[in-house]
Design a protein around this ligand. Sequence first.
Ligand code: FES
Length: 577
Amino acid sequence: MSSTRKLRSQEWFGRQDKMGFYYRSWLKNRGFPADQFDGRPVIGICNTWSELTPCNSHFKTIAEHVKYGVLEAGGFPLEFPVMSLGETQLRPTAMLFRNLASMDVEESIRGNPLDGVVLLMGCDKTTPALLMGAASVDLPTIGISGGPMLSGRYKGQLIGSGTNTISMSEQLRAGEITLAEFHEAEQAMHRSQGHCMTMGTASTMASMVEALGMGMPGNAAIPAVDARRNLLAREAGRRIVQMVKDDIRISQILTRQAFENAIRALAGIGGSTNAVIHLLALAGRLGVELNQDDFDRLGREVHCLVNIMPSGSFLMEDFYYAGGLPVVLRRLAEQGLLHKDAVTVNGRSMWDNVQGAECWNEEVIHAFDKPFKANSGIAILKGNLAPDGAVIKPSAASPHLLKTTGRAVVFSSIEDLHNRINDDALDIDESSIMVLQNCGPKGYPGMAEVGNMPLPPKLLKKGVKDMVRISDARMSGTAYGTVVLHVAPEAAAGGNLALVRNGDLITLDVAERRLHLHVDDAELATRRAAWAPPEPPLHTGRGYAKLYVDTVMQADKGADLDFLVGRSGSAVPRDNH
Ligand code: FES
């Protein structure tokens, strides 16, 4: 640290006046000695612990280890809570509140006497929310993920979060398992602290934290209950103190290079489509130029190397024992698919961090020349059904459906789908294309994870396992199928998706990146003239939901609120009362 640089926290603690008394004295009620206010780095530990966010329920322990590290390095740690978003409990969808939580994070960091911050993130939306908020302040920052749960096991089989929830609920609907078995599997699936242990959104985003250089090596996969997770937290606590001294800010880590590395890593792990939205929103906070087409272009030459559910058969615990994300990053780097000199939070380059990584199980992490799935980057589809793009994850789709023309069976809302899907009289067969409207950012609101619509029971009983499904919704990262998502503009905003009618022909051609509705422009114009926006969803007349619906951007822009794009920095007015 330059001996002349005065830390930000000294604007609070360094004052020798009435305000300095306030700032120090009230904290001294905790027993902090005077030397804690002497100009040493003050580190905020931004905690999303909550009993309503079960995936983050061990974060008090992680925070303790960060504190030990900060103290060992001569810093002053102060833990603070922010809004926590529990994917399984929060209605209507945690995504509705990602941007709200990011505002909480941003203002909590900026308004307090902090020089650096450690973000504790786990359940899906807590990761982008904290990264986005911190990015808009731009202090030295390290991200720590909570780590995945231990593998689920039931009747001798691995069962994975979400993935087997979906398959077992289909089995229950098809009468293949009993309700008692269904209940028994609940406690067999989730048997330790941590987040979902499939390559769902939480594991994907934890991998993004590491691939972006925002996390310590190993961040993506160390199980939540493995002591090495605590060790990582402790090292991060030590390291953030040095980052403050060296004034290495989050904007110096999250460069265009970092995002390109993350996009390639996303393809290498066959990660969740949700990462597209979150990375776009994060880049928007930083002013980094990034768009959906970057995901398609950069991911095209990349193979999926990891054999993890929902695309594969193993789980995150296996991934860690096989060497974890550093092996994937090393393999990408050896193919020239990674910016080796990207800066990471531990002070070393990306290549320094991963060049020694070894693979201990080639079944779990495949070699690049024997990939688990070839050319598996996320594909961005365009066409008159999605002029601003739509997303599909080919690695989770059925190969025989990647080029299909079928007649549309349209559901105007998720309620409409639930009301009719179990009706044996529904006019649908396995060659139909299911279309769901009004589940996008404004339409739902919050863009629920309902894009992987349940298949009609009458087709399940015939053994149909997958069908083409198209919507403006998102899909859980733990889900799978030939599912086209994030159609933009969404139906509720007047996109052509709103104009699709039963029986229209639709062509999906993933190789050509095409999503076409076989209805001519004149007919579309006629339909548009007759179209009326759907009834506003529940509770969108006031409060945060109104703010969200009024200002949320479309999926191709990351679904951030339009006024949150960019960063305000860390300066705050001096308090003079
Ligand atoms: Fe929290 Fe899946 S429900 S990570």
